[in-house]
Design a binder for this molecule. Structure first.
Ligand SMILES: [Zn+2]
Length: 478
């Protein structure tokens, strides 16, 4: 036998045995006699290839996940289930069970505009802002948001980060469907659909945040649109209010070529340097895109513990460039994946992003070794949780974390045979392979059927909204 063998000394072995017994007592509710009573649970997922995404990246073949209330109470081999009696069991049928995916940047309600002006330049100013100004109201935000959330649940997303208007309507839709959301009211230096005054989003956001404080699923946030669409005084005010109210801050950063040009010309700074110089950057901030960040910007983001949302598909479609996400990830930044809104990336699921993340960074580096599949799955799960500073609660399947998990079909044609589960997920899986989605211990979709909303109703409503928008566009947005 080669290698190092560690032999436990007798006292250490006894200590370990009593520690294991204590763990058994607390996990299984063993009686004082040591007899293993069966503990109660609400849900057991059995017969699964459990991809835990824990620190050791344990993968358990024939594994189980046990849920009580909103939390995971056990993860392990099949025998672990013997210690529990659950009211519901889901047989994963040999499929993959993994942490729910985290979409760290989207605008769910923009599904109402999906497919408009896809191949046209400067859509933001020519199309998106005018369309939103003319058409966005509470109803569009709610139904568009709900439609986007149906797509996310169907694609295995359990937590999403959203920036939009009437964000309380997005929250109402998230509560209805049962998704976890970090939701920010957009703040801009011009009138917005829900705020007639410039910067009206700040007051709106304050009210929204007060209403959703300490909610189990919704974390309210402030969402200053971008470094160029708020003035310095208001950026400072947003940072101060976020501190006082203890809120996350969501923002598009270093995304546009003209944004870079403007900060270079006016201040001889990058947007990241500018934000740093006004004391804006800290652990509350989640910066979306970061396409045009240089090495020194990356060091600033790291030092300030800023989260980064990497939206590679949306950035490719807009032909803006490839974010140095590979460097940021290697340097240990808090990096997750995002889809952006449906006018940018068109789809809101994360499974569909995985292959692009690997392939675009390989192509960009001309090196097929970089961005291996396991790293991409990490970004989609615990990386996203870290970007949100929520890694103590979500992002991996571990005892004590929230029960946000998904089941993927073990018989999906493109995933058979399955030599490497990370490779299967990144290069072969499709969002349609997600069978079951569980958020906060609640089954939101089972066997591809949404439990909490009537999908036909949502689809019909979206078709009706689509017809209205089509007519408005034909008349020139009015
Ligand atoms: Zn965006």
């Amino acid at each position: 036998m080669t290698g190092t063998v560690t032999t436990l000394s007798a006292p250490r072995a006894v200590l370990l045995a009593s520690a294991l017994l204590a763990a058994c007592l607390s996990a299984l509710g063993c009686g004082p006699s040591g007899r293993a009573d069966v503990a109660s649970a609400d849900l057991i997922v059995t017969n699964a290839l459990v991809v835990t995404m824990n620190e050791r990246r344990d993968v358990i073949d024939g594994g189980v996940v046990v849920v009580r209330g909103s939390d995971i109470v056990a993860v392990g081999p099949a025998s672990v289930a013997d210690g529990f009696a659950a009211t519901k069991t889901i047989d994963a049928g040999g499929g993959i069970v993994m942490p729910g995916l985290i979409n760290t940047h989207t605008h769910a309600s923009m599904t109402v505009f999906r497919g408009l002006g896809d191949d046209e330049p400067d859509r933001l100013r020519k199309l998106i802002f005018p369309l939103e100004k003319a058409l966005i109201d509470r109803e569009l935000v709610y139904w568009g948001g709900l439609h986007g959330m149906v797509e996310m649940v169907e694609g295995g997303v359990t937590t999403f980060v959203d920036m939009y208007y009437f964000e309380d309507e997005v929250a109402r839709a998230a509560e209805k469907i049962g998704l976890r959301g970090v939701l920010g009211e957009t703040i801009l230096d011009f009138p917005a659909p829900d705020a007639p005054e410039p910067y009206g989003g700040l007051a709106y956001g304050r009210t929204f945040a007060a209403r959703y404080r300490n909610h189990a699923l919704i974390t309210p946030a402030l969402a200053p649109h971008a470094p160029y669409s708020l003035d310095e005084a208001h950026l400072r005010q947003v940072a101060a209010e976020a501190e006082t109210l203890d809120l996350p801050v969501l923002m598009h950063v270093a995304e546009m070529a003209d944004e870079m040009e403007r900060f270079r010309k006016e201040r001889n700074q990058t947007p990241v340097e500018y934000l740093e110089s006004i004391g804006f950057l800290n652990r509350r901030v989640l910066a979306a895109h970061c396409i045009f960040v240089n090495d020194s910007d990356i060091q600033i983001l790291k030092r300030r513990d800023v989260g980064v949302a990497h939206a590679v598909v949306a950035n490719s479609k807009s032909a803006k460039g490839v974010s140095p996400a590979l460097d940021m990830f290697k340097q240990g930044l808090r990096l997750g994946l995002g889809t952006d809104g449906a006018m940018s990336g068109n789809t809101l699921d994360i499974v569909g992003q995985l292959g692009y993340v690997a392939k675009i960074h390989k192509l960009n580096a001309r090196n097929r070794n970089v961005m291996p599949a396991v790293d991409v799955v990490e970004m989609a799960t615990r990386g996203g949780a870290r970007a949100l500073h929520m890694e103590d609660r979500i992002g991996s399947l571990e005892v004590g974390k929230r029960a946000d998990l998904i089941v993927l079909d073990g018989d999906a044609t493109a995933m058979v045979p399955r030599y490497d589960v990370y490779s299967a997920l990144v290069y072969a899986a499709s969002p349609k392979d997600v069978e079951t989605t569980i958020v906060h211990g609640r089954v939101v979709m089972e066997d591809r059927k949404l439990v909490t909303v009537d999908v036909r109703e949502v689809t019909a409503k979206m078709r009706e909204i689509g017809r209205r928008i089509e007519a408005a566009v034909a008349k020139g947005f009015n």
